[in-house]
Design a protein around this ligand. Structure first.
Ligand SMILES: [Zn+2]
Length: 164
C-alpha cells in the first residue's frame, strides 16, 4: 500500500467477506475504497450471489484530477488522535499542531507527489472502468465532489434518498 500498488484480489475479497459475516454487519455496510477493479467487483458479485447479499447503490464522487492532487498532497494527520487535516502549501509551526488535542501533525509516507500520481494512474487504469460497470447495473449514483465536506455529504444523502 505504501508504494501505491494494489493488494491481490483474492486476499481483499476474502477480508471483505469475513467482515461482512460478523454480527455488526448484518444490517448493512458501506464499503469505502473497495472494490477497486473489475476483478474485485466480479468476485464480489459472485460471492454475494452465493450468500444472498446485494449491493444497493454505488456512490461515484466526481472530482477533477487537479483537485484530487491538491487534496491528496494537502493531507495531514495528527500523530496522537489521528484527526485528518487538509491544508494547502507549507505549514507554519502553529498549523503543525492538532486543534483538538495539541498533537503533532505529519504527512503519511504515501502522500508525496510521485506516489499520488502513481496512485491516480492506478485509479484511472484499474478503478475508473467500474463507473461503467455499475452504471450498467443501474446502481450508480453520481455526486459532484467539488466543494466543502458538509455540502458534499448533503449531496450524497440527497442522491441516495432520491434513488431509494
Ligand atoms: Zn490530535
Amino acid at each position: 500500500m505504501e508504494k501505491g500498488i494494489l493488494v491481490p484480489n483474492e486476499i481483499t475479497v476474502q477480508m471483505v467477506l469475513n467482515k461482512l459475516s460478523e454480527p455488526e454487519s448484518q444490517s448493512g455496510v458501506i464499503l469505502d475504497g473497495f472494490p477497486r477493479n473489475l476483478g474485485q467487483a466480479e468476485a464480489l458479485d459472485e460471492a454475494f450471489e452465493k450468500e444472498n447479499k446485494k449491493i444497493d447503490s454505488v456512490v461515484y464522487i466526481k472530482v477533477e484530477e487537479q483537485e484530487l492532487i491538491r487534496r491528496l498532497s494537502g493531507r495531514w494527520v495528527c500523530r496522537s488522535c489521528q484527526s485528518p487535516y487538509s491544508i494547502k502549501g507549507a505549514l507554519t509551526e502553529e498549523q503543525k499542531k492538532c486543534s483538538k488535542c495539541g498533537g503533532e501533525l505529519y504527512q503519511r509516507p504515501d502522500d508525496n507527489l510521485e506516489t499520488i500520481k502513481n496512485r491516480l494512474k492506478v485509479y484511472f487504469n484499474e478503478t475508473a472502468p467500474l463507473i461503467e460497470y455499475y452504471r450498467n447495473t443501474g446502481k450508480l449514483v453520481e455526486v459532484d465532489g467539488e466543494g466543502e465536506v458538509g455540502e458534499i455529504t448533503q449531496r450524497i444523502i440527497k442522491a441516495l434518498r432520491e434513488k431509494a
